[in-house]
Design a protein around this ligand. Structure first.
Ligand code: K1U
Ligand code: ZN
Length: 171
């Protein structure tokens, strides 16, 4: 089932999310819905708070062409980050059509729980590393625009408020 994606500003996008104690059928259904919603958008990642669920889970698939590699990461933690940094022009499904260059560590090692309840650990680089950091920020109530200066952030927020007003009026 495709779920609605919340648009900034929304208080649910600013709250830290709760850890998931165990993988229940509800969590498995949420992950399946989030993958479907991400591919439909389309996007390369999606965090649970973006669909209004304040739990520590995100999905991603950064293969743009070729064989899909859907990933579900529960309670993800960055356990190490490279000193080497990378600049990527990021977007966000909760901030449509707005992009900004964001600097982040170019490689990160992430530990998480899989849908099978088992622990996993993997080093990510390239877009996978950028996306994992962007999604973990969502789980901590942070958006990529929080890395921008106040004027740029306010300009984007005003555009999103206008977009939400227009959508509410069916424009
Ligand atoms: O979390 C999100 O809002 C999803 C976001 C993830 C992301 C994108 C770029 C850098 C870091 C994190 C997106 O997927 S935005 C859409 C996007 O980047 C994309 C869409 C279609 C094809 C390829 C990329
Ligand atoms: Zn985002």
């Amino acid at each position: 089932m495709i779920r609605d994606i919340l648009i900034h500003p929304d208080p649910r996008l600013k709250k830290p999310c709760e850890p998931i104690a165990e993988v229940t059928p509800d969590i498995a259904a949420l992950a399946a819905d989030m993958l479907e919603t991400m591919y439909d958008a389309p996007g390369v990642g999606l965090a649970a708070p973006q669909v209004g669920v304040l739990k520590r889970l995100f999905v991603m698939d950064c293969i743009k062409e070729g064989v899909p590699e859907p990933m579900v990461l529960i309670n993800p933690e960055i356990i190490s980050s490279s000193e080497d940094m990378n600049v990527y022009e990021e977007g966000c499904l909760s901030i449509p059509d707005q992009y900004a260059e964001i600097t982040r560590p170019s490689e990160v090692t992430v530990r998480w729980m899989g849908l099978d309840g088992a622990p996993y650990e993997r080093q990510f680089s390239g877009l996978w590393a950028t996306c994992a950091q962007h999604e973990i920020d969502h789980l901590n109530g942070r958006l990529f625009i929080d890395n921008l200066g106040p004027l740029k952030r306010q300009m984007i927020t005003r555009k999103m408020e206008k977009l939400k007003r227009e959508r509410a009026r069916g424009i």
